[in-house]
Structure formats: C-alpha cells, structure tokens
Design a protein around this ligand. Structure first.
Ligand SMILES: NC(=O)C1=CN([C@@H]2O[C@H](COP(=O)(O)OP(=O)(O)OC[C@H]3O[C@@H](n4cnc5c(N)ncnc54)[C@H](O)[C@@H]3O)[C@@H](O)[C@H]2O)C=CC1
Ligand SMILES: Nc1nc(=O)c2c([nH]1)NC[C@@H]1CN(c3ccc(C(=O)N[C@@H](CCC(=O)O)C(=O)O)cc3)CN21
Length: 303
C-alpha cells in the first residue's frame, strides 16, 4: 500500500482531518517510496558543481557505487571541471566531466585534456555546447566537438549528450530535434534537461522515438533545493514553463509548504521505466550540490 492510500484509509477509519503528524508520516513514506524507485535503477547518477570541499562533501553523502557528473561553468572553465573529476575519481565508480565545446581553446587544448583524462582512467565524458556564448576556440557547438573527437586518438569509450524536452530558451525546437539526431551516431546516451512536468517528458520521449532517435535516455530529476535557488537557476537555464507546472501541482496536492521533493516525479515515471519502447536507462539527478539534504532524504544505504 502506498502512503496516499494508507493516509486515506487512516482518514476514513478515524473520520478525522489529516493532522500535521499524519502528513509528516505520509511525506516520510513518499520519500521511502522514491528512494526505492531511485535504487531500482542500476546506475544512479548525480550531477555536481565544482566547488571547494566537493570531494569531502561528496564522499560523505554519496555511495561509492554512484556515477557522478561534473558541470562546466563559463566562470570556472573546463579545466576546473576536469580537475574536480580527477579528484573525485578514486572515490566513486564512475566520474564524468562535462566538456563544453565553446570553452576549448584549441585542438592542442583538446588533446591535452584527452591525455589527462586517459592518465587518470576517466573514459566517459558529457559533451555540451556550453553556457559560454562566444567560443574560445574552434568548437562552436557540441556537434563540432563530437566530430573532432571521432577523428582523434583517445580512450573515451562512452559519451553523453543533453536533450531538451521543454525546449531551450535560445534554440528552436526544430533545430534541437535535428541536432540530437545528428549527434546520436557519436553518442551513447542522452540526459534530459531538468523538467518538473513528467507528462511533457514522457510525451517528448515518445516523439523522439517516432522521429527515429535510438539513444537510451537518462531522465533528469531535479534534486532537493530551496525554492529561491531553484527559481534563480531555472530562470537562468530557461526551465520556466515547468516551474509554473510545479507551482500549480504543489498547490493542487497541498504540498506547497513542504515544497518540492523528487518523490512525485519518480512515482510518475516508475510505471514507464519497463516499457521497452521508451528506452529509459535510468535517472540523472541534478543535485545543486545540496548534498546534506540529499543524504538526509535518500540515505547512504538505500541508493
Ligand atoms: N554547464 C553544464 O554542465 C551544462 C550546460 N548545458 C547547456 O545547455 C545549452 C545547450 O547545449 P548543447 O545542446 O550542447 O548546445 P549546442 O551548442 O551543441 O547546440 C545545439 C544546437 O543548437 C544550435 N544553437 C546553439 N546555440 C544557438 C543559438 N543561440 N541560436 C540558435 N541555434 C543555436 C546549434 O547550432 C546546434 O544545432 C548550452 O547552453 C549548454 O551549455 C546543458 C547541460 C549541462
Ligand atoms: N544551460 C544549462 N547550464 C547548466 O549549467 C546546466 C543546465 N543547463 N542544466 C542542468 C544543470 C543545472 N546546473 C546548475 C548549475 C549551477 C547551479 C548552482 O547551484 N549554481 C550556484 C553557484 C555555484 C558556484 O558556486 O559555482 C548558484 O548559487 O547559482 C545549479 C545547477 C548545471 N546544468
């Protein structure tokens, strides 16, 4: 029995409105349910931002069998991403740096990065265009970098690319659809941009399959984050429609005070994970580096 069914049966037995204690128990059970769903995935992925003390914080909060991916910001640059990935690598099963095409200064810079990755046994990367508007070197978009990688000697054996179920603030949907199909032969999987509307994501997954895209998808799940930070980040990266969806949904389900946690999204996705036509390989959690909160909710053992 899930927590909602349980709460309804408690309510109908006692003829009492839900007390705050009961709501707390429901919230806890919801979270346990979502932990189980996240844990069912063979390879949990967590996205981290390179910041001070990240190794200490990540090892304290996340299990060693997790896959971590490390973002690439225009402020810190791609070398900071690689440095952080190398520092985390001994502690986790798999560490995946995001390599932003527009932040690579030259072919020589790319070769030096590839050598450094190889020297540290990092064999997977996530290729993005990058939030840096003007390219620092010859690679203008993710596709240029993927093509260049295909002509070079390296030990990278797995490449991920981003995908945008909710669209992108600067890029038209028709361009995005063509782009992901063009990138697909060079990539092994796609990760969906964070989105709070699971129906939109699932409809998009089906439309991509109809368009002939064969890459497995990791569905991007926003992790626990305070509302003000979430709104700041979502506005910056253009995830605004589904924030509106989230607000409406939290109001409808009476969870406005409790705020967002991933359990509703995970529960909605759960029945679709085993539909083979969808090709959903797992979840990718955007942690916003809120690792203490993540640990409290998911626990070390449960993942
Ligand atoms: N920092 C990070 O770790 C992450 C960043 N992102 C960001 O998401 C955004 C998109 O990344 P990708 O899909 O890899 O981009 P991309 O640069 O590979 O572009 C995808 C497609 O859109 C076109 N395009 C790009 N910018 C355009 C513009 N301003 N107007 C019209 N068409 C445009 C490209 O020609 C290409 O066909 C970037 O801002 C990227 O940095 C995504 C995931 C993680
Ligand atoms: N366009 C785009 N750029 C990204 O960087 C990005 C996406 N999309 N999609 C998913 C995730 C979400 N990303 C982020 C990036 C930064 C913070 C963040 O918390 N930034 C801090 C500053 C961190 C620092 O000290 O560098 C903040 O307070 O905004 C969160 C999520 C990275 N990813």
């Amino acid at each position: 029995m899930d927590s909602k069914t349980l709460a309804i049966s408690i309510q109908s037995l006692t003829f009492q409105p839900l007390t705050s204690k009961m709501k707390e128990v429901m919230a806890m059970m919801d979270r346990q349910l979502s932990v189980a769903q996240f844990g069912e995935m063979s390879e949990p992925r967590f996205e981290l931002i390179p910041t001070d003390r990240i190794v200490e914080r990540a090892t304290a909060a996340l299990p060693p069998h997790a896959t971590l991916t490390i973002t690439c910001s225009p402020k810190k640059g791609v070398d900071a991403t690689i440095e952080t990935a190398i520092a985390l690598a001994p502690h986790f099963a798999r560490v995946v740096p995001h390599i932003a095409a527009r932040m690579i200064r030259s072919g020589g810079h790319l070769d030096a990065m590839l050598e450094e990755l190889q020297a540290n046994d990092l064999d997977e990367i996530f290729v993005i265009g990058g939030d840096q508007r003007q390219p620092l070197g010859p690679y203008h978009h993710g596709f240029d970098l993927l093509q260049s990688l295909a002509t070079r000697e390296h030990e990278i054996c797995r490449i991920g690319i981003p995908a945008y179920p909710e669209g992108h603030p600067d890029i038209g949907s028709d361009i995005l659809a063509k782009d992901v199909l063009a990138k697909a032969p060079y990539a092994h999987y796609a990760v969906t941009q964070m989105c709070f509307d699971p129906d939109q994501v699932l409809a998009w997954v089906r439309s991509q399959r109809e368009a002939g895209l064969q890459l497995p998808f990791y569905l991007g799940i926003p992790g626990p984050v305070k509302p003000d930070k979430l709104i700041r980040i979502a506005t910056r990266i253009g995830v605004t429609d589904s924030i509106r969806f989230l607000r409406k949904n939290l109001k409808l389900t009476g969870k406005m005070l409790r705020g967002y946690d991933a359990s509703d999204l995970l529960s909605t996705y759960a029945p679709h994970l085993n539909e083979s036509d969808n090709g959903i390989a797992g979840f990718h959690m955007y942690t916003f580096n809120e690792l203490d909160t993540l640990k409290k909710i998911f626990g070390r053992i449960a993942i």
